[in-house]
Design a protein around this ligand. Structure first.
Ligand SMILES: C[S@@+](CC[C@H](N)C(=O)[O-])C[C@H]1O[C@@H](n2cnc3c(N)ncnc32)[C@H](O)[C@@H]1O
Length: 261
């Protein structure tokens, strides 16, 4: 039977050899991730951690041996295969697991994990309609009080008209170049500047990608049953003031929230 709708990223872009190889070479936590996991602190060592959208295992390197039980999961089977090859020794000797899992419908019991990480804007790829579903799934598989850590593309970055002041000339030029590519592909893009979040065709990845304003990110996360939410910028600084959150123009922003108790 013919497949309905466009072929998703994970069957094209994220399943391609070059992209898998690229992600399987990555190995360092990003600054905000490091800040968040330091904040979770010693509790991590007793945790069951789900590393969702694990890609080629960038985050595995630093997290797998810091938790009690580690499961890396990705909807792209070639990413999972690359992780199994890359971490063969750790799988054998430390019980790491890697599985093909779709964030929109996870094959796990309720409250199976203490920490769910969906890193490097993986949530932006699940599709606009399924974003809330993916967040609700993360909430369902977390125990009450468990930690959700994820990042998302920042729509402010896309239309930061004061980009030179906030980002420096080089970043500004890059942003504008990217923005004009997106405009070419998404013809009616201008109306989005007044919106809270959008799904755009991303010229780099050739598929749809969501961009969201920081306050909307906060709102959507709380709406799906999370609390005690902290937002981080790209340098790993916690941004608590809602006015500052609303003005953030970093290309992506980071969330650390607890599953409601
Ligand atoms: C930008 S890559 C990030 C990979 C890795 N987390 C990293 O930081 O290097 C996003 C990953 O999310 C995965 N992904 C996209 N949609 C997904 C879904 N519905 N369920 C699980 N993983 C998904 C992609 O296959 C891809 O490996």
């Amino acid at each position: 039977m013919a497949q309905a709708g466009p072929v998703p990223h994970w069957e094209t872009f994220y399943a391609s050899d070059d992209v898998v190889r690229h992600y399987a070479r990555q190995s360092r936590l990003q600054l905000p991730e490091r800040a968040i996991f330091n904040r979770i602190g010693p509790a991590l060592s007793e945790s069951h951690l789900l590393d969702l959208g694990v890609g080629g295992g960038r985050t595995t390197m630093e997290l797998a041996l810091r938790c009690k039980c580690y499961l890396g999961a990705d909807v792209a089977a070639p990413m999972v295969a690359a992780c199994r090859e890359r971490f063969a020794e750790l799988i054998l000797n430390h019980g790491l697991r890697f599985e093909v899992v779709d964030a929109r419908a996870m094959p796990f019991e309720d409250a199976s994990f203490d920490v769910v990480l969906f890193s490097f804007n993986g949530i932006d790829l699940v599709g606009a309609d399924a974003r809330a579903t993916a967040l609700a799934e993360c909430r369902r598989v977390l125990r009450p009080g468990g930690h959700l850590v994820y990042s998302s593309h920042n729509l402010n970055w896309m239309d930061s008209r004061w980009g030179i002041r906030w980002q420096g000339l080089r970043n500004y030029i890059e942003t504008q170049r990217f923005w004009s590519q997106i405009q070419r592909i998404n013809r009616s893009v201008w109306p989005i500047v007044a919106r809270d979040w959008v799904e755009l065709i991303d010229p780099l990845a050739g598929g749809s990608n969501c961009y969201i304003r920081p306050l909307e990110l906060v709102r959507q996360t709380l709406e799906q049953g999370f609390e005690d939410l902290q937002l981080y910028d790209l340098r790993g600084r916690q941004i608590d003031d809602p006015q500052q959150q609303a003005r953030l123009t970093d290309p992506w922003v980071y969330v650390h929230a607890r599953a409601s108790r």
